[in-house]
Design a protein around this ligand. Structure first.
Ligand SMILES: [Zn+2]
Length: 86
């Protein structure tokens, strides 16, 4: 079964319409004095979570929006409101 993603503008659509934008690493480190090694770690190193992680997605074949979703990387399914599932 193909990954289904919920675009905030277009609604639930086939995952083939989207481009993966990477893990959500939080706020951009503006104003932090980072040496090249720290910067490279921020840009290139990922946590590669086996489970639910927050990710950026781009609706390439739709409205052109960037947004975040939570996805279970093991089951490859979108997860709604993981904070409420405790
Ligand atoms: Zn869209």
């Amino acid at each position: 079964m193909a990954l289904m993603i919920t675009c905030p503008v277009c609604g639930r659509r086939n995952g083939y319409e989207f481009r993966y934008g990477g893990e959500d690493k939080g706020a951009y480190p503006w104003g932090q004095d980072m040496d090249p090694r720290q910067w490279a770690e921020y840009v290139h190193m990922n946590s590669c979570t086996a489970g639910v992680q927050k990710e950026w997605w781009y609706h390439r074949d739709g409205c052109g929006s960037w947004f975040t979703i939570f996805r279970d990387t093991v089951a490859n399914v979108e997860v709604e409101n993981p904070e409420e599932r405790t």
